[in-house]
Write a new protein. Structure first.
Length: 196
């Protein structure tokens, strides 16, 4: 049985534990905003430089691997094209995440950190994001599975749990288990925060 591990991290994308940063890059968001923009800023505009040169376009299906650098801890940055905003609305995000899952499995990346751009709101797109990961796992069955860290976990927890109710039954039918946890900066599991 394959596994999809989803870890909520309480801090920002710049502090979260991972081996690879998975940054979704749309065709029509310049400059990048959101977590993808923060990653670009922390890398002194490396992603923007590749966008300006045309090496990276953000077209759906595109995947570019860049080396990570200080001050970020992940050694690799996987840029995955998310297509144009006008075309978004579930299906393109699902396809982008399916492609991302396949690439992460091929790279044997044990833990990836999701960095969404400003135009991809995790809370609104949680179902297609998760379905894309499940489809990618189903198409590329492996015992290793995927582990995805979601920064700013408190703002994503409710949307994640709601999306899981739609995604988990399909994942189980394909032999994929889905687990959710909270992690600290060292990647160690934290107790689930108590809600008032």
């Amino acid at each position: 049985m394959s596994r999809l591990e989803l870890s909520l991290f309480p801090g920002s994308v710049a502090e979260a534990p991972a081996n690879t940063i998975l940054a979704l890059v749309p065709e029509d968001e310049r400059p990048l905003r959101g977590d993808a923009g923060l990653v670009d800023w922390r890398l002194c505009g490396l992603i923007s430089k590749h966008l300006r040169s045309g090496y990276v376009t953000g077209q759906l299906g595109e995947a570019v691997l860049l080396p990570g650098d200080r001050p970020l801890s992940p050694a690799r940055i996987l840029l995955v094209g998310a297509g144009a905003q006008t075309a978004r609305g579930g299906r393109p995000v699902l396809r982008a995440m399916r492609s991302a899952a396949a690439k992460l499995l091929m790279m044997r990346s044990p833990v990836a950190l999701l960095a969404c751009p400003g135009s991809v709101d995790f809370c609104q797109e949680a179902v297609p994001l998760l379905r894309g990961l499940v489809h990618g796992l189903a198409e590329n069955q492996t015992e290793a599975g995927l582990h995805l860290v979601l920064p700013q976990g408190a703002s994503k927890e409710r949307a994640l749990l709601a999306a899981l109710s739609e995604v988990v039954p399909g994942a189980h039918s394909w032999g994929i288990s889905v687990n959710v946890s909270w992690v600290d900066v060292d990647g160690e599991e934290l107790p689930i925060p108590q809600r008032a």
